[in-house]
Design a protein around this ligand. Structure first.
Ligand code: SAM
Length: 282
């Protein structure tokens, strides 16, 4: 079988099927075999792949997993996938937009009681919405291992107080432990994107790592805290949550924080304590 990391072969394959790389779908295909292997190593019994492209990662996943479900938005790639994955009987190729898919239903239909991970080279134009969708959809994936822009990876793995720490870091930390596995330079893709990438693995917690009875309110607090980074937490909370400054100061002090602190210094545990404190007074 031809190698799906051979750039000449990829171009021929696409030409033969009357299609071309589509920027609007973030089509930058990985052409480094060992990077594909290193991503596929994180496959569980069942694997959900988002954006199989021409099937290069999918082949590796099929070799390791019991079952693979691959969601591809571009209908022009489906005939290619049918060809490159023809020898595997453990894959379902599904022509859908991940953002419009009922993920829990798809997981139930394809994997039954299997333990399921996500492995993907994500389309960069929707990296964070896809990650949040996967974390919030209620499916307990064992891990989510994704190739994303290096800058976004830095945000997901940042520590409180660092320049990269933001609302997305704190929100992801509620669901999972994020770890950067390795970096991949843009030359490993065809066509080469403008930015370098990193592979990040999110290991989902079975139970949230912090106690919080109202996660919606917790996310509201996080959003308010980071809405205007230059404001102190007191000002950010009072404007973002429509509470008085006095209320905000009291809540911040009663969880043992300095009243002049900025939101970017708070860990998810401290946000949860604050949530408990403000919510309890309402
Ligand atoms: N997995 C291949 C690889 O590693 O070479 C392709 C990865 S490419 C970065 C992203 C893929 O996601 C493309 O095949 C693209 O068509 C697909 N895609 C883009 N938006 C999507 C969406 N909303 N739902 C499902 N697939 C999508």
């Amino acid at each position: 079988m031809e190698k799906l990391t051979d750039v000449k072969y990829i171009k021929t394959l696409m030409r033969e099927h009357g299609t071309e790389f589509k920027k609007r779908f973030g089509q930058n295909f990985l052409v480094n075999d060992s990077v594909l292997e290193d991503i596929a190593e994180n496959a569980d019994e069942g694997v959900l792949e988002i954006g199989p492209g021409i099937g290069s990662l999918t082949q590796k996943l099929c070799e390791r997993a019991k079952k693979v479900a691959a969601l591809e938005i571009d209908s022009e790639l489906i005939p290619i996938l049918n060809k490159t994955l023809a020898e595997y009987d453990n894959v379902s190729i599904i022509n859908l937009d991940v953002m419009k898919t009922d993920i829990p239903e798809l997981i139930k239909e394809n994997f039954g009681n299997m333990s399921v991970s996500v492995c993907a080279n994500l389309p960069y134009y929707i990296t964070t919405p896809v990650i949040m969708l996967l974390l919030e959809c209620g499916v307990k994936f064992s891990n989510i291992t994704v190739m994303i822009q290096k800058e976004v990876a830095a945000r997901l793995c940042a520590l409180p107080g660092s320049a990269d720490y933001g609302a997305i870091t704190a929100s992801v930390a509620y669901y999972a432990k994020a770890k950067r596995l390795f970096n991949v330079s843009s030359g490993n893709f065809v066509p080469a994107p403008k930015v370098d990438s990193s592979v990040v693995r999110l290991d989902l917690y079975k139970e949230p790592p912090v106690s919080c009875h109202d996660s919606d309110f917790l996310f509201k607090i996080i959003a308010a805290a980071f809405a205007q980074r230059r404001k102190t937490l007191v000002n950010a909370l009072s404007s973002g949550l429509s509470i008085s400054k006095e209320e905000a100061v009291n809540a911040i002090k009663s969880v043992g924080l300095d009243e002049n602190i900025r939101g970017e210094r708070l860990s998810i545990a401290e946000f949860a304590e604050l949530c408990h404190e403000i919510k309890g007074k309402k």
